[in-house]
Design a protein around this ligand. Structure first.
Ligand SMILES: [Zn+2]
Ligand SMILES: [Zn+2]
Length: 145
């Protein structure tokens, strides 16, 4: 029996049927190391790791990784899309109305209760999107002082 080990990023890409490229590996690492990064921040993180990559290539890689379920895309109303590596747990987000910072919020009660809609209208629901809005600690302190 082989000892279990954490798969490399390249192995994870292969595991979901994606071709492994340096840009995709760098992108997944950038998204995971970051905190709800936008496309521009991801592009600069990828370039730090592997040199010049076009914005178009970054968009394409993000699309492929999101479709494969390795990356989650969140898009709070009125703000550009952001991406994160924390996937599969249906967690929610709290967004600051003032500076736009995004933080994770675990599901309110136990395991994904929001998937149990009061009336599912016959749909097979697999995701619930909840966005809390407010002011982050930094912005609320700035306002009150
Ligand atoms: Zn703020
Ligand atoms: Zn998150």
């Amino acid at each position: 029996m082989t000892a279990s080990r954490i798969p490399t990023t390249a192995e994870e890409l292969r595991g979901v049927g994606l071709r492994v490229t340096a840009a995709r590996v760098a992108l997944l690492e950038t998204v995971r190391a970051g905190d709800h990064l936008g496309v521009e921040a991801i592009a600069s993180g990828v370039r730090d790791r592997v040199g010049h990559v076009s914005l178009q290539a970054v968009y394409e890689a993000l699309h492929a990784l999101t479709a494969a379920g390795l990356v989650r895309r969140i898009e709070p109303a009125g703000s550009p899309a952001r991406f994160e590596g924390r996937i599969g747990d249906n967690h929610h987000h709290v967004v600051c109305r003032s500076c736009g910072v995004v933080a994770d919020v675990d599901c309110a009660v136990g395991e994904a209760p929001c998937l149990t809609a009061s009336n599912d209208q016959g749909f097979a629901i697999d995701e619930a999107e909840v966005v809390y809005w407010g002011l982050c600690p930094g912005c609320s302190t700035a306002k009150s002082s």
